[in-house]
Design a protein around this ligand. Structure first.
Ligand SMILES: C[S@@+](CC[C@H](N)C(=O)[O-])C[C@H]1O[C@@H](n2cnc3c(N)ncnc32)[C@H](O)[C@@H]1O
Ligand SMILES: *[C@@H]1O[C@H](CO)[C@@H](O)[C@H](O)[C@H]1NC(C)=O
Ligand SMILES: *[C@@H]1O[C@H](CO)[C@@H](O)[C@H](O)[C@H]1NC(C)=O
Length: 428
């Protein structure tokens, strides 16, 4: 029922102008037909044409109230966001902004398709429902749990390394994807500590560098850890970062150790977040959706001001730009370590950082949100700044069929553009 409503709305709301035009032409057709009919029918007397005209007039009234109803904002928050922006969202109505991304060396991409993602979703929902940590506040929600699980089971690594475990939810997700594969987990506080207070997950086949044994990813002697775990081919190792550290720093550390497959949980958009992220690093004028204007009277400023009212994480130009109009990173800062350590960088430094990352990037792939906001009711990220969801708005039947409707809405609120990278040293 709702699906029918949504798909019925989808077409007319696609473009307000088209809708108006369409209705006018319909009306015109009715009138000319009525006129022709009435001319013909005058010969037969006045009663019939009057009746016909009456029918046509009620048609016109019906059509116009119907279209007004469609154009009116429905009561719920999410719905009003849609009637305001239309369903087509991302590409068409974000003007100069659009969806940003990172350029890779040769334009290589991933092997999996949206069909594979859909199949994956169907398999993952029942797994997710059995998760030990039901309310993972400050940790991963559904979208990223799915992304991590999907990529781990697709890539089938010989070893999985995670940095930033919290209560162990992501360790559990990795374990669901690969039941027999060793995990190495780095986290200042051991997940077992959380067991005293409530649900947590400690894995039986995981080497923990945690608690008193904690070592930061950049300080681990990876050569000896690989030897201990019988790993000779570093291209068979998958690293998952959810430690809120500067991602440029992490990429350099991973390259130095020889790792190639990285997933970053938090890939914040420019102007947001607590650490320098891939999206921020790549943000340049030559990338679609990249490079920003701090001019208060620009199209971008107007678009931002408008969208900020609807999406919690959207930032307006005042929030985006520092005092000297620094838009890159977060107001010209390269943030690190949960925003505890920040460094002002010049545009030149930022630009050099982006060129460096491009020079080592073989693949850049952002996990799409699992479903459109009219289905998940998320209100945090702006759909115009993310790729098209796996289950698109309007596909309520599919959303239900996949079991996504059974999940509590808050699990859809944590999407921050999780990204998968393949990296390698620059070829000389
Ligand atoms: C957002 S939480 C991780 C959530 C987790 N992956 C999950 O499944 O929900 C960030 C974690 O990073 C840890 N952390 C802080 N500094 C770190 C560092 N330098 N290396 C690794 N982990 C770190 C924090 O203690 C915290 O447990
Ligand atoms: C560790 O992995 C091995 C091999 O897959 C398995 O036999 C064993 O049961 C696992 N141990 C735990 C505690 O999960
Ligand atoms: C991040 O740190 C800066 C100081 O460098 C501070 O001005 C800012 O308010 C902090 N932001 C958040 C969200 O904590």
């Amino acid at each position: 029922m709702l699906e029918r409503m949504l798909s019925a709305r989808r077409a007319p709301l696609h473009s307000d102008e088209a809708e108006v035009e369409d209705d006018e032409s319909k009306t015109r057709k009715h009138i000319s037909f009525a006129m022709r009919a009435s001319t013909y029918l005058t010969r037969l007397g006045y009663l019939l044409p009057c009746l016909l005209l009456g029918v046509v007039l009620s048609c016109i009234i019906l059509i116009s109230t119907w279209s007004r109803r469609l154009a009116c904002a429905p009561s719920s928050d999410a719905a009003s966001r849609f009637s305001f922006f239309g369903f087509d969202g991302p590409d068409s109505d974000f003007g100069s902004l659009g969806v940003p991304w990172c350029r890779s060396k040769h334009g290589k991409t991933v092997q999996w398709t949206s069909k594979d993602l859909l199949k994956g979703l169907e398999e993952f929902v029942p797994i997710y429902e059995k998760r030990p940590i039901k309310n993972n506040m400050y940790g991963m929600g559904f979208d990223h749990s799915f992304g991590l699980w999907f990529m781990a089971q697709w890539l089938k690594p010989d070893l999985m390394i995670e940095s930033g475990a919290f209560k162990g939810h992501s360790t559990w997700v990795l374990r669901q994807a690969m039941p027999d594969t060793r995990i190495v987990s780095l986290s200042p506080r051991h997940p077992e500590k959380y067991l005293k207070k409530g649900p947590a997950y400690v894995d039986g086949n995981c080497t923990y560098f945690a608690g008193k044994d904690f070592v930061d990813f950049g300080s681990v002697d990876w050569r000896s850890v690989m030897k201990q775990h019988g790993i000779t081919d570093l291209s068979r190792v998958l690293i998952f970062f959810d430690d809120h550290q500067n991602e440029l720093k992490r990429i350099k550390q991973a390259l130095k150790a020889g790792f190639q497959h990285l997933i970053f949980e938090d890939n914040y958009d420019t102007g947001t977040g607590d650490h320098y992220s891939l999206r921020q690093i790549c943000d340049q004028f030559y990338i679609r959706g990249g490079g920003h204007s701090c001019f208060r009277d620009s199209d971008e400023a107007r678009e931002r001001a408008k969208r900020k009212k609807f999406w919690e994480k959207a930032v307006d130009t005042d929030e985006l730009c520092g005092a000297g109009e620094e838009w890159w990173g977060v107001r010209g800062q390269m943030r690190d370590n949960f925003n505890h350590s920040n460094k002002d960088i010049s545009y030149t430094e930022h630009f050099m950082n982006s060129r460096f990352v491009e020079s080592v990037l073989d693949v850049y792939w952002e996990l799409p949100p699992v479903a459109g906001p009219s289905l998940t009711h998320q209100s945090r990220y702006d759909p115009a700044r993310v790729s098209s969801p796996i289950v698109e708005d309007g596909r309520f039947g599919l959303f239900q069929r996949l079991g996504l409707g059974r999940l509590e809405p808050f699990v859809f609120n944590g999407y921050t553009q999780m990204v998968y990278l393949q990296i390698s040293e620059q070829e000389s």
